[in-house]
Ligand binder design. Sequence first.
Ligand SMILES: [Zn+2]
Ligand SMILES: [Zn+2]
Length: 256
Amino acid sequence: MLKVASLGSGSKGNATLIATEKATVMVDCGFTLKETLKRLERLEVAPSSVDAILVTHEHQDHISGVGPLSRKFDIPVWSTKGSLLSGKCGKLKNYSIIEGFQGFEIGDIDILPISVPHDAREPCQYLFSAHQKRLAVLTDLGSYTPEIVETLQDCHGLLLECNHDEEMLWNGPYPYSLKQRVGGPLGHMSNNQAIKLLQQVISQNLELLIASHISEQNNCPDLVKKTVAEAAGWPPERVFIAEQDEGFGWFELTKN
Ligand SMILES: [Zn+2]
Ligand SMILES: [Zn+2]
């Protein structure tokens, strides 16, 4: 069994949990310590049971809580050199350096960092494999590469960034420079980009699809559900949304 839950997702903070019966890892922590503990409690996870924090990149909404949580509960941090050198984690007692597409293990979970195009020093996202299930967590990428498409083939669960609707972004209130950043190849995935990627990786295996890192200004959850479901050939209620405040509760990948 491989399961996933979210403490919250969006530009105000991100943290995702991936767990088996034996191991629990957290991807990013972009919340204050107090907020993180509150959200962990909601998911019935004791902070001391988290075996590792994996960093995707050094933007505040992903890293601001990593140092405090790691220090308070002595949780080891795994990060690329670039993200670590940003200094945003503060002093860490317990950390390991990882590299894009170089796999490692935490307990019974195999983890592959996926290098992604994003405007950070050495950003990566992650593919998790355990008990014949593969789950990818993919946020904060402005475009996708052939390596990403190849890595995501046949996965069973996919957390996919659907940041903005292109029309809403370009007609919206952001300053032009910010529109260019968000909509550019090192920014964030639009709904359109997300479904193009989805269509290249979807297979019979896919049982869980969660849209994440949705912009509050430039997107709308119902539009995301409809667009992604249509691309997957699924009914809209089969597509889930990772919300900023609520995240989402535990989903298990169990289908054989
Ligand atoms: Zn982000
Ligand atoms: Zn980012």
